[in-house]
Design a protein around this ligand. Structure first.
Ligand code: DGL
Length: 279
């Protein structure tokens, strides 16, 4: 069985690349809903429906034992409901058929655990993630004292999907401005797409933001999730032992865009071709 990684678009490829680098032995399938990205400005219901369709596809057609919802917006708006409603029914049906159970994990709680180590953090996220207040809620469950500031960055995802850099710099400055006078210990890139602009974001923060102890750190999920997943497999050997170990990887998309073609080859090998699927 495979490890599935889902994102609304191409952003999650950064997380997939980092997970694969840390655990090359497994078989992976990445699914990017490039036709319907961005999810960030969509309703709760739409994000739930889209995520459920993608997850169903990965379980049923790709035989995944575990799915990582790399998309923060989906993690914030759909994950809990999917674990409570969809997965319960799905696993129940499997049980009747004598088949094994499947798991869905998100990226938000592992990130919240990292944030909870600090006194003051800023969350840069999509409108959907920020308005759900899931990050502050989850961080405060772990450490009540952490102060959380949020800024929504709605324009960054479309710019990244387009591969646009120049215009993005102006938006990065605008979206980070609310953080600059807060003496933040760390700023979270709370969307899979934002690590594409990690250096630019660091530059703006280095110039304009200092924590009480020094530099404002940037927390990027590609640096957190692989380690957390490894730890998860140690705690859950019953899942790990279901996973095939053929070092295979494939990329599925709902629309083949020039940028996804380029990045798939750059990060997953010259012969990687994203395959078109219909959800
Ligand atoms: N990649 C998604 C996230 O991490 C959202 C991007 C979008 O579709 O708006 O939040």
């Amino acid at each position: 069985m495979k490890i599935g990684i889902f994102d609304s678009g191409l952003g999650g490829l950064i997380i997939a690349k980092a997970i694969r680098k840390a655990m090359l032995e497994y078989d992976y399938v990445y699914l990017g809903d490039t036709k319907r990205v961005p999810y960030g400005n969509r309703s709760h219901e739409a994000v739930y429906e889209f995520t459920k369709e993608a997850v169903s596809y990965l379980f049923k057609k790709e035989n995944c034992a575990i799915i990582i919802i790399a998309c923060n917006t989906s993690s914030a708006r759909a994950l809990r409901r999917m674990q409570q409603e969809y997965l319960v029914n799905y696993n129940h049906t499997r049980k009747i058929m004598g088949e094994s159970e499947r798991k869905i994990l998100g990226v938000l709680i592992p990130t919240a655990e990292e944030c909870a180590k600090y006194e003051k953090v800023g969350i840069l996220g999509t409108l959907g993630t920020v308005s759900s207040d899931t990050f502050p809620r989850e961080i405060k469950k772990i450490n009540k004292k952490t102060r959380v500031f949020q800024s929504a960055a709605p324009m960054l995802v479309p710019l990244i999907e387009e591969g646009e850099k120049v215009l993005a710099k102006q938006f990065i400055k605008k979206y980070l401005k609310p953080f600059l006078n807060k003496k933040l210990d760390a700023v979270v890139l709370g969307c899979t797409h934002y690590p594409f602009y990690k250096n630019e974001i660091k530059k703006v923060l280095n110039k304009g933001s200092k924590s009480a102890k020094g530099r404002t750190r940037v927390i990027s999920q590609d640096e957190i999730i692989p380690k957390k997943l490894k730890e998860y497999f140690v705690r859950h050997p019953e899942i790990e032992k279901k996973l095939a170990k053929n070092k295979k990887a494939k990329i599925l998309v709902t629309d083949i865009t020039p940028n996804i073609k380029k990045l798939s080859q750059k990060w997953f090998g010259k012969n990687t071709r994203p395959e078109l699927i219909h959800l």
